[in-house]
Design a protein around this ligand. Structure first.
Ligand code: GRF
Length: 213
């Protein structure tokens, strides 16, 4: 049984979806720890109510020393015997320190169909761009934000009259199905785990811009 930590900063609905899936008989992973950089994250209380071990390591006392905060996070993960980390609304930019320590052992869910719309405000940006299809992506975490090899995606149509909130709600329903499915695949042997410390790259690089004629 693979011990998984879920890192959150907010409401934790994806964390709860992972935890619910992991309770099913035969699921190859268990949620051993829920960890937040925000002691006030509503997801912490939700995790405890769901019977999960939940801790916070507030980043604010560390000031600009991101490495020291990440070292504390890493120590908590190690102490709990975690071997895979799921970022789920964890609103911290990671340094290469933590990314390299967990290379091939850290997943993220992002609310867009990557490589479209990395970063924030994805739903508003998809609407502004006139996208007809939107969705979510689970990918391996690499040093470039929202850029690692893609493990799974789920799409939703953009409907007439959509607002960012309506679109976000429709995408979130898909997130709650996609993330547990990818976690089951990765921990159950359905996806090849890279060797520890591996440099990860998408197997099929995206075509670059067409050179000018
Ligand atoms: C989700 O939309 C996730 O894709 C993004 O942040 C949001 C977190 O929501 N990274 P929740 O905390 O899981 O409810």
């Amino acid at each position: 049984m693979i011990r998984v930590a879920v890192l959150i900063s907010g409401g934790g609905s994806n964390m709860l979806a992972l935890a619910a899936a992991a309770r099913a008989p035969g699921f190859p992973a268990q949620i051993a720890l829920v960890l937040s950089n925000n002691p006030d994250a509503p997801g912490l209380a939700r995790a405890r109510a769901a019977g999960l071990e939940a801790r916070s390591i507030d980043h604010r006392p560390f000031g600009r020393d991101r490495a020291a905060h990440e070292a504390a996070v890493h120590a908590a993960l190690a102490e709990c015997g975690v071997s895979l980390v799921c970022l789920a609304g964890y609103m911290r930019l990671l340094t290469p320190l933590l990314v390299q320590a967990w290379a091939g052992r850290m997943l993220n869910i992002h609310p867009s169909l990557l490589p479209a719309f990395p970063g924030l405000h994805t739903h508003a940006r998809a609407l502004a761009a006139g996208a007809r299809i939107h969705g979510c992506t689970v990918h391996w975490v690499t040093e470039v934000m929202d850029d690692g090899p893609i493990l799974g995606q789920a799409a939703v149509p953009v409907l007439p009259g959509d607002t960012p909130d309506r679109l976000a709600a429709r995408v979130l329903v898909q997130e709650h199905a996609l993330y547990p499915a990818v976690l089951a695949s990765v921990t159950g042997g359905g996806a090849t785990l890279p060797p520890p410390g591996a440099t990860l790259a998408n197997p099929q690089p995206l075509p670059g811009p067409t050179p000018p004629a």
